[in-house]
Design a protein around this ligand. Structure first.
Ligand SMILES: [Zn+2]
Length: 167
């Protein structure tokens, strides 16, 4: 992790030089949205002043699978984007696969969409994905098509498995 300053708005950024897509030449400053140039440092150039920078994608929330007799504790960090979440299996198209023996959890049980809100924060929209056994959200079944905005410490139950959401 290295610290750099945006040349445009001078905000301090922490970037992870360990995760570098090789095809980018710049990224947007998360504060002022101006492009910040990126150079790639080759092994032979370690003496140069070029810095390798890559924006750390923002983690917006965390989903914790609470351990029970079918399942070990698992944590999944969320970022902006769409997730389908369910029981991990070779035939599942879920983007988050939960390792569990809980067969009452569907392979693609719920969806969470993480979107930017008008204030620049993030909102997490939870819906049931037409699951066989439905989804309990803070002890209430989600209706077909219902979408709720997750808050810190919300509880989601899919099958017999409890997920906790934290911002
Ligand atoms: Zn900036």
């Amino acid at each position: 992790m290295i610290s750099v300053k945006c040349p445009h708005c001078h905000v301090g950024l922490k970037v992870d030089e360990g995760k570098i897509p090789l095809d980018i030449t710049s990224f947007k400053c998360p504060k002022c949205k101006q492009p910040i140039s990126v150079s790639f440092l080759k092994e032979s150039q370690t003496e140069s002043e070029t810095i390798v920078i890559q924006p750390q994608r923002l983690t917006t929330g965390c989903l914790t699978v609470v351990a029970n007799e079918d399942t070990q504790e698992q944590k999944f960090l969320l970022q902006e984007g769409s997730y389908t979440i369910g029981r991990k299996s070779s035939t599942s198209k879920a983007t988050i696969g939960i390792l569990t023996a809980d067969k009452s959890m569907s392979r693609e049980h719920i969806r969470i969409e993480v979107k930017k809100d008008v204030k620049g924060g993030y909102r997490h929209y939870l819906s049931d994905n037409n699951s066989k056994n439905q989804t309990l959200y803070n002890s209430n079944f989600l209706r077909n098509g219902e979408i709720v905005v997750l808050k810190d410490n919300d509880e989601i139950i899919i099958g017999r498995t409890i997920l906790r959401f934290n911002e």
